[in-house]
Design a protein around this ligand. Structure first.
Ligand code: MIC
Ligand code: SF4
Length: 645
């Protein structure tokens, strides 16, 4: 029996476990990446581990999220990360050099290698055949120290592509179609592997758009083969020597197959407020548009920008629309400038932003009240844009550019002949914004620069014998990490300061939550299904930890978030019978008797609702390693204990 591509890459990196879906596997990690919003914490954790120099083949720190500098905090954090890189053996991508996933694809990614990144869109690397996962900062810190990365072995799903995209239909429409069919929960516990004749018709940037947004399916990662198209891309990046072919065996067996005929797709849009609320653009009607934003790690490649420039050339953005454009990297920006396309964008009235995440993470460009914003990004969770009642639609660059001109939602197919864009034979290569680390012999001289905003990791404690605490919050299904720990220009600068950022924990759901936690000193959170979807931010676990949350009890968890909770030493439990969710009200006193022994011995966990007198069973189902982590009080304590033994 042949192997899928995912199985081949997993097998080549397998340190422990076997490839039985659902069982824990340990992987050797070749490369890591961090960005600045999760990076400071990850490097504080790395420093706490006491490893002098990263042990990966390549680790890169990017500055791309917290680039709005309205106070000292972000700039201080950038300096801190830069000094850590120099001392501990990492490459540092300076602010202005671009979005981590775009730059990594261009300059560092290598087909067949493993990559983990402290950002949920790290699977972008799957566009060139990398096995790339988003992870919490602590997991990345451990991998940088040479440690194994553990996940539960996913099922491998085949997305079989046939046909060819019609004019004006884009890669974004492919992944929106997958989201429409499978939903934001459809990829949980799965790797989405793209196969079929249709694969050959897609360029690397198009493939990367698709693997990037696999994160919105909840998938562990997504993967394209490394083929001739990949080789051409690597060659154009001056890195052909890093290319090697990788593909699934012809007789590989998949857990599930999804068939997509690319020729049958139409321009699509994910409507407010979920990436899977997908409708055809032509069906939406002429909704007036207030804002269009083009960019983000999903759609900011040279190809995307050239298409947009060709659509806008010689025209003017509609008077009621604000159009902002952020090229994904300095390479893209520079090439746009050299070939004149940048002039077309400027002439049409686009507001050009620096190469960074920008509006995608609420760092500026929040829409007007109730404003309709068409974005080429990957997430449209309520409030993420920074405007509580903003109506964000996720669309292709073609749809965004067409609508920016007309002022209403516009199917780009109405524009006539599409522009023909071909990728260059060689990209402009200039890595002058990437700073290599100091030589090993000089590293001791490098001083780590810590600003006053950097506060230590919150206190952890071993799992107590029993837990008794109030249900301090009860939330519904599909709670995102943007609900738990909002981002945006005001809150992101506090990413290195857990006490301060905790004041914003869950405020979008309940403004009194932080105060209530502080008053009670401890608590339990109750949630529905797919709790913690979205970002990899471990702050969504560290802030609750700081606020005294001992357990989170839900119908089901999203993959990265549950790992982050365990890493933080917070007990993640699920209802055995989902209907028991209804038997808990906010404010009820709950107890988990004898919890330490039950977790240690893998026994059934019992939850007592002391307020109602009811009692019911919860699932734990942790692996030996997770049990040891939970007993120790989280991954840091667990790692310290291991070093001591
Ligand atoms: C996001 O898109 O939500 C982010 C910001 O890139 C996050 C990381 C973070 O919260 O810093 C992600 O996707 O992991
Ligand atoms: Fe940045 Fe947005 Fe991509 Fe997250 S999704 S890495 S905020 S561009």
């Amino acid at each position: 029996m042949g192997l899928t591509l995912a199985e081949k890459l997993i097998k080549a990196h397998l340190v422990s476990g076997d490839m039985t879906p659902g069982s824990e596997i340990g992987l050797k990690i070749d490369q890591t990446l961090t960005q600045d919003a999760t990076g400071t914490m990850a490097y504080l954790e790395f420093e706490a581990m006491g490893v002098p120099r990263v042990k990966t083949e390549r680790s890169v720190a990017y500055i791309d999220h917290n680039t709005l500098q309205t106070g000292f905090e972000n700039a201080d954090d950038h300096r801190y990360i830069q000094s850590v890189c120099k001392k501990h053996g990492l490459y540092f991508s300076r602010p202005g050099n671009g979005i981590c996933h775009q730059v990594h694809l261009e300059r560092f990614g290598i087909p067949g290698k493993t990559l983990i990144g402290s950002d949920s869109h790290t699977p972008t690397g799957g566009g060139i055949g990398m096995l790339a996962f988003g992870a919490g900062g602590l997991d990345v810190a451990v991998a940088m120290g040479g440690g194994t990365y553990y996940i539960s072995m996913p099922q491998i799903v085949r997305i079989h592509l046939t046909g060819k995209l019609q004019p004006w239909v884009a890669a974004k429409d492919v992944i929106l179609e997958v989201l429409r069919r499978l939903s934001v929960k459809g990829g949980v516990g799965k790797i989405m592997e793209y196969t079929g004749e249709g694969v050959k018709t897609l360029s690397v940037p198009e493939r990367a758009t698709i693997t990037n947004m696999g994160a919105e399916l909840g998938a562990s990662t997504s993967l394209f083969p490394s083929d001739e198209v990949t080789r051409e891309f690597m060659k154009a990046q001056g890195r052909e020597k890093d290319w090697a072919p990788f593909e699934a065996d012809a007789d590989a067996v998949y857990a599930q197959t999804v068939e997509i005929d690319l020729s049958s797709l139409r321009p699509l849009a994910a409507c407010p407020h979920s990436p899977d609320n997908v409708k055809a653009v032509e069906e939406l009607g002429s909704i007036p548009v207030d804002q269009c934003c083009i960019g983000s790690c999903t759609n900011s490649s040279l190809m995307d920008m050239l298409k947009v420039a060709a659509i806008l050339k010689g025209k003017t953005v509609h008077p009621n629309v604000s159009l902002s454009i952020a090229p994904g990297s300095k390479q893209v920006y520079n090439m746009l400038a050299e070939n004149g396309a940048l002039a077309d964008l400027i002439a049409a009235g686009a507001r050009i932003l620096e190469c960074a995440c920008g509006p995608c993470i609420g760092m500026g460009q929040s829409p007007n009240s109730g404003g309709v914003s068409l974005r080429t990004f990957n997430r449209n969770f309520e409030g993420r844009s920074g405007t509580a009642d903003g109506q964000v639609y996720l669309v292709s660059p073609e749809t965004a550019a067409a609508s920016a001109l007309t002022g209403v939602f516009t199917d780009p197919r109405t524009l006539g002949e599409p522009p023909v864009i071909t990728l260059p034979d060689t990209f402009l290569i200039n890595d002058n914004m990437i700073i290599p680390p100091a030589d090993e012999k000089d590293m001791d001289q490098v001083e780590i620069l810590r600003g006053p905003n950097i506060k230590p990791f919150p206190k952890t404690a071993p799992l107590p014998d029993s837990i008794e605490a109030k249900a301090l919050l009860k939330v519904g299904d599909n709670i995102t990490t943007d609900h738990i720990m909002p981002a945006g220009a005001k809150i992101l600068p506090l990413r290195s300061n857990i006490p301060a950022i905790s004041e914003h924990c869950f405020v979008r759901c309940d403004p009194d939550f932080p105060a209530r936690c502080k008053k009670e000193g401890k608590g339990i959170i109750i949630g529905g299904s797919n709790y913690g979807q979205g970002s990899s931010r471990e702050h969504a676990a560290l802030a609750p930890l700081y606020l005294g949350i001992k357990a989170v009890i839900v119908k089901s968890f999203a993959r990265i978030h549950v790992a982050n909770l365990i890493n933080a030493g917070i007990l993640p439990l699920t209802f055995r019978n989902e209907a028991d969710y209804d038997r808990i009200s906010e404010g009820d006193v709950l107890s988990l008797p004898d919890i330490r022994r039950r977790i240690a011995e893998g026994d059934d966990v019992v939850l007592k609702n002391e307020t109602t007198g009811e009692e019911f069973a919860l699932n734990s189902g942790f692996t030996k390693r997770q049990i040891d982590m939970l007993l120790a009080g989280g991954l840091l304590d667990y790692t310290r204990n291991q070093h001591q033994n």
